[in-house]
Structures are given as structure tokens and as C-alpha cells.
Design a protein around this ligand. Sequence first.
Ligand SMILES: Nc1nc2c(c(=O)[nH]1)N[C@H]1C(S)=C(S)[C@@H](COP(=O)(O)O)O[C@H]1N2
Ligand SMILES: [Mo]
Length: 485
Amino acid sequence: MGAAELAAGALGRPGSAPVLAVGAGFVDLTPVWLKDVAIRRFGSDDKTVLLLGLAAGIAVIAAAIGSLSRFRARRGLAGLAVLGAVGVLAALTRPTAEPWDALPSVVGTAAGMAALVLLTRTANPATGPDAAARRRVLLTGAGLTVAAVAAGAAGRLLARRGDVAGVRAGLRLPPPRGSARPVPDGAQVRAPGMPSFTTSNADFYRVDTALTLPQVDPRDWTLRIHGLVARPVELSFADLLGLPLVERDITLACVSNQVGGDLAGNARWLGAPLAGLLRRAGVRAGADQILSRGADGMTLSTPLAAVLDGRDALVAVGMNGEPLPVAHGFPARLVVPGLYGYVSATKWVVDLKVTRFATDRAYWTRRGYAERAPVKTFSRIDVPRPFARVRAGRVVVAGTAWAQHRGVVAVEWQVDDGPWRAAQLAPVPGPDTWRQWAAEWDAAPGSHTLRVRAADGTGRTQPAHRAPPFPDGATGRHSVVVTVV
Ligand SMILES: Nc1nc2c(c(=O)[nH]1)N[C@H]1C(S)=C(S)[C@@H](COP(=O)(O)O)O[C@H]1N2
Ligand SMILES: [Mo]
């Protein structure tokens, strides 16, 4: 594994290292129910958990190969060859694969075989095993371990040559031509425990399938717009920054978000209006989908009608006054208000194909997720926290609601099975952000259930029916049990 890491680092293709390639293949093969379990249980740590699991699995297999080799080295060599073949297969089947991505697994397998032969030779000298042989095995093993760790570390260091953090830090974005409506005073409900109206880049949720973050240098970046268009367009990053950029507050939400969940964030995005770029390319009749692709090979399908209906769909380059963080799509991503991330928010975007739903399917829609996935009206109680103990008397109940692009027009809350009461709505810059709400509760001692529901700009109230995130977003009302003392 160390030798393979070194090879991957030397190639400048960190994702071709066998552990990462196999992990990425694993992500693609994971059934949606297991993916939802993983996101629910581990959230943004899902990737770490997967890699730790893989490492443990490899350790067990390696131990098995080791004991197989005690009497017949050939069996161990065969075992290693199988492991290597899995690595090669995984590396070559990545959507971004190049033929030489097979190399790290080949190098790793060769190094593993050499190490195994060396160890078995040391263990079984012609004279038969003795105390001296045992000492030699331990020394050889220790030496090989040191070499492996050093190779792995060197590989990681080499891989960092491709990091774009430095380029990003040196980048200056132009100011917006159209600035965002200011966030109104009072958008932030001031109660301890309330999330910030604008989510900082550091706190912004992250959901993607990328085990290694794509390192896309803006100097090499291009965005191609092609397919059912009259004039295909190809933009460099400088071209993009030369367009009139606008700044908008938009709340992004993930379809995997559960009732009461926090897979959503609100940021101020700086970007070029996507509709203008499509008009420049000249969308041809019959098209109804934009199939976008990220540098990670991910594909997303977005209904063309939503992008062209006048909403602020952006090719975003900035997030909260900075270039996009690498984890959030540097140097450019899509943001479309009102649609779940998996049908709109392509990070590291490099390609837009104007096409038809009947012709092309994207990563998640191929796995059964809905093609049309407007964000469902959602409301959440943020304070008090679940199972909090609060003092009887005046208690602040507050939270967050969203119905992007339709807007939240009412939030109601309920204690136990009592009447629904209107909560106070905080002001918002527009219908594309989430909206905070608050109410005052005269709490009587005992255990109580607080419940919330929101209504959107179309007049519809969030349904009580509980549905899981698959295939087009969870429904149900959030409730919190608290103890009043
Ligand atoms: N290239 C790429 N873009 C992607 C994804 C991905 O896996 N790869 N995931 C999508 C999903 S499911 C969501 S919810 C949003 C999340 O954006 P964030 O990580 O910036 O919050 O990105 C979307 N864009
Ligand atoms: Mo998502």
C-alpha cells in the first residue's frame, strides 16, 4: 500500500491509489438505503468511516494472505495478485480514469510480492527455523514496515504538489455588478443555540462522493456548454470572471436531509447568471435537461425550465466573500435556488450538456432518485434542543424553515396535541433563503412535545406524513420532547 501511494503521488493522481480507488468504487456500488444510513449516522464523517473500514478489511485480508504463505508462498502471491487486480479494476473504472491509473496498484502488488518473498525466505532458511531466523524475520518485518510508512508518507507529500489551496488563496474575485439585497436586520433570531442565518464556509455541510477532493486549477479550468445548442460555448476562468457577476443569498439543501436534520446551509454566492450563458449558446427546441459534470466525474441533471424561469441560477465562483472552498467546488459550481443539491448544485463543474431527460440520465437519477426534485417545505425546532430540561415559565421556542424559491409565509407550532399557534417570522432578503422563526411559550412543568409546521408561498402547509429521503426528499413534521422543571 505504501509503494502504491508513492506511485500515485509520483503520477500526480492521488485518487488512483488502490485504497481510494476501491473506496470510490464502493461508494458507487453502495445501495441508496445504505448510503442514507451512512449519511444519517456519520454525516460528513462518512468518508472517514468508509476508509477506516476499508483499512480494517485490508488488514484482515493481509493477515489471511500472510498465514496462507507460511508453508506455501505461492498461495500468498496468488492472494496478492487478486488484491492487486481489484485495485487495478477499481482504478480503471473510475469515471475520470486514465490508463496509467492502473500503475499504482501494479507497483503496490509487485512491492507486496517482493516483501512476501523476502519475509518467507528469511523465515524458512535452508537450515530450518531457529532463534536466529526468528530474529531476522522480526528485523526484516520492521524494516519493511518503516519502508512502507516512509513510501506512503512520501506519496502523500508528492500528491500535495497538485493542491490548489495556494492558487485559491492568491485569487482575487471581482466585485459583483449586482449586489445582493442586504440581509435585513432581525433575520437572525437572537436565542442561544440558534444557527447563524448565514452559514460560514467552515460550518457549511458537505455532501459529495469524492474521497479525494478534486484539485482544479482555475488556469486550466474551462466550462463547455454544448449539446442541443446553436453555438457551443467554451469559457475560461478569466472569461467567467469577466462576465457581469451577481451576488445572491441562497439556501442549499440536500435530498438526504431527514426531518429535523441539518444538511442545509445558507450562503452569499457570487456568480454568473446561468440563464445568460445558455441564451448565449442558444438552446434548441426539444431540450429539457442540463446534464452537468464535475471534474470528479459526477453528473447531475437539472430541469432546463427551472434554470430559465427567471430564478437566480448561478455558475458560482464565490461563497461568503471568498473564492469557493475546495470542498465546495473550487473554482466553480452551480447553484440553483429551489432544487435539491443532487439535481442542481454541481461542484467543480466543467461541462454543461443541453439535452433531454429521454436521452441522458445522471448519477443519482440512474439510481432511482427523482428527475424533478424541488426542495420540499421544511421546518425545524432548533431551540430548545431535544430532551432539554427547561425552567417553567417563559421559554423561547425557535427554529429554521425553508421552501426555497416559493418562500416560507407561515410557521405554526404546537405543544402536545394543543392548538396550532402562529410563530413570529424573521425577515428575509427573498424567497430563496431559509427563514428563522420564534415563539414564546409559557411552559408548565412536565414532559412536553413541541411540534412545528410551515406553509410556503403557494399556500400549502407541510404535510404530516412521514416519508424517507428516497426518492425525492423527506416529509414529516419535526418534534422535540423537552422536560419542564
Ligand atoms: N461534483 C459533485 N457535485 C455535487 C455532488 C457531488 O457528489 N459531486 N453532490 C451534490 C449534492 S448531493 C449536494 S446536496 C450538494 C452539496 O453541496 P455542498 O457540499 O457544497 O454543501 O452538492 C452537489 N454537488
Ligand atoms: Mo445531496
